[in-house]
Write a protein that binds this ligand. Sequence first.
Ligand code: KG4
Ligand code: ZN
Length: 377
Amino acid sequence: MLVLGIESSCDETGAAIVKDGRYLLSNVVASQIEIHNRYGGVVPEVASRQQLATIIPVVETALEQGGCTWADIDAVAATYGPGLAGSLLVGLTVGKTLALACNLPFLGVNHLEAHIYANWLRKDVAPQKVEDWRYQEGDPVFPLLCLVVSGAHSELVLVPEHGHYELLGRTRDDAAGEAFDKVARILGLGYPGGPAIQQAAQDAEAELQQQGKPLKLARNAYRLPRAWLRGTYDFSFSGLKTAMLHLAEGAVESQHRKQVSQYTRMGELAAQHGLPNVSLLAASFQEAAVDVLAVKTRLAAQEYQVKQVVLAGGVAANASLRARLEQELSPLHIRLNYPPIEFCTDNAAMIAGAAFFHLCRDERHGLDLDVQPGLSL
Ligand code: KG4
Ligand code: ZN
């Protein structure tokens, strides 16, 4: 089964063709990062107008790169939530229109569920026929625990089988990716913050390594609070973010004896005066965030006796989180899986992939399906 997937929930416009929920024929993503970088974050009005300008060429390119014509496609799928209403509307309307015009079944996909199904995607050549849609060698194994960490979500989800989700915990304030983005802004590192913080932390460690000092020094250079919220699987990152803000402002203040109201200039100031060390601050922040995410995931995996843990969402691209979770889980013989980086951040391959498993259960949506910006799992 070949599914054309469309993703437009935020600032990425994607179209992809995926065979049998796993095998990639094409995956095209047009990013708006450079545009939003100017504003330090996503501007919804700008995002939806950009979606409109790029969606048709992106879909055409996905067909071309997949070596497909419309006659080859078996179904069309598009994200219908959660996300920005204006952005969602573009992809959903295009998806429904194409399905109607080509007389194909249509399915709306939950963006969060799609992030989870990114773990089923692979770059191998597709076999002629998939015998059992439920399981192929190399698929994640149920029951599994998924840590969904993106720009808008931080959730621990128990997945006993295809299509069943039990929410164990969620963030009470900022999402993990949102914390990375906001802290990067405080440190003057630009948008999106996750990759920038990871890079700065790696720079700090490389510097210390050159000086023959232990890496731990970078990760624990600043003492930062960790919200454990014991007895729950909930997260909270706002205290950590505020601590970073005070630390950054305070350090500059004592250096210059003046109030720095525009904390986005921190990076410039730090670079000029060599203090405070932005890379060390970034490394300490990343360590604090990863610490809580990894330990709480391990605790939930133990309590629910899952066979496997999978990572999903943009923050799953973080090398430190991946390494730390591996460390937590391998002594317990719990397997960890995370998608290749291009499937962690927003893309349409995961939309087409997730759709396959619904289509196999004969699920379809009518063309009256509307966007649901606040949709949950
Ligand atoms: O899943 P995603 O592409 O979009 C949403 O659905 O929200 O996630 C984007 C988030 C951003 O907050 C970004 O800073 C974060 O993922 N991110 C990372 C990394 N790459 C992207 N966070 C930490 N480390 C990374 N390497
Ligand atoms: Zn996402």
